[in-house]
Design a protein around this ligand. Structure first.
Ligand code: TYM
Length: 332
């Protein structure tokens, strides 16, 4: 691992994962794992910024870890862990919080969206959420953070907070770069293709879940909103078709231009059925592995325990430096 650049990324176990999470994040992690020293976290502390049913949170946390492994992330080569097992994240978040401005947090798009849905009871954790995310990343001295486009703003804040600390005290953190994929950066809702595909969407036909059975995937793609133009073209005037091209492009690693050429003169029905086939082909093997893994609690525990041990060691090195620079008396 020595000398390799570091990657950190995470997903919240706050709902069932969508094809957007898979193509925007996980699929790229699998690609990047050979060249980098990777930390992939199940960010359960982030998930509780909105109310979670305890038993669902437990189930989803282990399912998410299983999805990481089933998608091809090798537990022998990468550090996979559960965020709440590494208390350094919460502690570093507090230290960073004290150098974060209310103004910068209340400007975050995700906070504005989510707090608008919370009525009068907006959890303070929802506002502070990006500071915890900054702590996640900065603790591991990450070089690169592979995420979907919706996380770009949080990454910019992470950089600002890291630079602020470095300037206030002395160089402490590596300033990370976002890695945002070309094709899968923002998978859109199948029913409202101008909106991001999200597990919280009201219309289940708008999203595909990683664990959706093949017949459901085929049905959702065949119902996906398109247009009356009738040409498979990568254009902003055809957001539904553009989204399906992006999905195919991200799965097959072929460019939108190649897809346009391939479907020149071919109708939407055939195109959609090919997109559905590609998704099913990609997800089916993952689904069957997930089903095996979730019942192997002992194996999952081995993976997350080993991951937490390594993560704690690395995170603690950075945390100790932070505390010393701030002026806290070392315990020993
Ligand atoms: P979360 O859990 O909402 O999403 C996990 C990852 O999936 C990406 N994503 C998408 N990509 C493409 N199209 C979509 N429709 C789509 N929807 C979601 C997200 O960009 C993300 O990469 N704050 C983060 C979790 C987090 C984190 C971190 C990420 C906490 N700490 C440190 C990186 C590094 C979040 O809420 O992601």
């Amino acid at each position: 691992m020595e000398g390799k650049k570091v990657i950190f990324s995470g997903i919240q176990p706050s709902g069932d994962l969508t094809l957007g999470n898979y193509l925007g994040a996980i699929k790229n992690w699998v690609r990047l794992q050979e060249q980098y020293d990777c930390y992939f976290c199940v960010v359960d502390l982030h998930a509780i910024t909105v109310r979670q049913e305890p038993k669902d949170l437990r189930r989803r946390t282990l399912e998410l870890l299983s999805i990481y492994i089933a998608s091809g992330i090798d537990p022998e080569k990468n550090t996979m862990f559960i965020q709440s097992h590494v208390p350094q994240h919460s502690e570093a978040a507090w230290l960073l919080n004290c150098n974060t401005y209310m103004g910068e947090l209340s400007r975050m798009t995700q906070f504005k969206d989510k707090s608008a849905k919370s009525g009068n009871s907006i959890a303070a954790g929802l506002l502070n959420y990006p500071v915890l995310m900054a702590a996640d990343i900065l603790l591991y001295q990450a070089d690169l953070v592979p995420v979907g486009r919706d996380q770009k703003q949080h990454l910019e804040l992470t950089r600002d907070l890291g630079e602020r600390f470095n300037n206030l005290y002395s160089p402490t953190f590596k300033i990370p770069e976002a890695y945002i994929p070309k094709a899968g950066a923002k998978i859109m809702d199948l029913q409202e293709p101008t909106k991001k595909m999200s597990k919280s969407s009201e219309n289940a036909n708008g999203f595909i879940l990683i664990m959706d059975p093949p017949n459901v995937i085929r049905k959702k793609i065949s119902r996906a909103v398109t247009d009356t133009i009738g040409v498979v073209k990568y254009s902003d005037e055809q957001p539904g078709i553009k989204n399906l091209i992006n999905i195919l492009s991200a799965i097959k690693s072929i460019s939108p231009e190649q897809i346009e050429e391939q479907y020149d003169g071919i109708g939407y029905a055939k195109f959609k059925s090919d997109v559905a086939d590609a998704i099913v082909e990609e997800l089916e093997p993952i689904q069957s592995k997930v089903k095996q893994l979730v019942s192997d609690k002992k194996y999952l525990a081995e993976v997350y325990k080993q991951g937490a041990e390594k993560a704690k060691y690395v995170a603690n090195k950075t945390l100790r430096k932070m505390k010393k620079k701030i002026g806290f008396i070392p315990e020993n």
